[in-house]
Design a protein around this ligand. Structure first.
Ligand SMILES: [Zn+2]
Length: 192
């Protein structure tokens, strides 16, 4: 089982890295790296989400992890629907939408010149879910970024990433990982 600290961050967007917290998502043995509330806390620290703590004011951290996974799978379902050229399910959109509304009730503007900043009510585990929901909504509503959001072409990978290549031609989440494996597989098939 892969530890969240060893997980590759290849999405180039925090919402995509969030969806990619399952290694080999479409493989024979998907490995969910968010197994405990502590995994979630360490992932958030690793990707630089601020004002996070292991405590959950809404109840048990385990329940919060359940809400986080539900959000992650809803964002994933929307990305898969788009990748297939379909409209996403109302339920999946509702989960992201509701979490954004909830997030906005827990933050306020603070600061001074030259600009203001959003601050959460308090450091807590919920802030991870709030942060990624707002980031996911910002990605999903940005046609320019969505036009560059890709599903890795490796059959057993299932990861999403932003394709910043000049001619929009990046095919794999990582050239060294999935790219090399897929090319080796094709060579084996063509030599068989
Ligand atoms: Zn891949």
């Amino acid at each position: 089982m892969l530890d969240v600290e060893a997980l590759a961050l290849l999405g180039d967007h925090v919402a995509l890295d969030f969806v990619n917290t399952i290694e080999d998502r479409t493989g024979h043995h998907p490995d969910d790296t968010l197994r405990t509330p502590d995994d979630l806390y360490r992932w958030a620290r690793r990707v630089g989400i601020e004002d996070v703590s292991p405590e959950s004011p809404l109840g048990s951290p385990r329940d919060e992890l359940g809400r986080v996974v539900h959000l992650r799978e809803s964002v994933h379902a929307i990305l898969v629907a788009f990748d297939n050229g379909h409209a996403p399910s109302y339920m999946a959109m509702q989960v992201v939408s509701d979490t954004c509304v909830e997030a906005c009730t827990h933050r306020r503007l603070i600061g001074g010149p030259p600009s203001l900043t959003w601050a959460w009510d308090r450091p807590c585990l919920e802030n991870v879910r709030y942060h990624v929901a707002l980031e996911a909504a910002s990605l999903l509503t940005d046609p320019r970024l969505m036009a560059r959001t890709r599903l890795c072409a490796a059959e057993l990978c299932g990861w999403f990433y932003l394709d910043h290549s000049k001619n929009n031609s990046r095919r794999w989440c990582s050239m060294r990982g999935c790219g090399t494996r897929e090319k080796a597989k094709r060579r084996t098939v063509s030599h068989a």
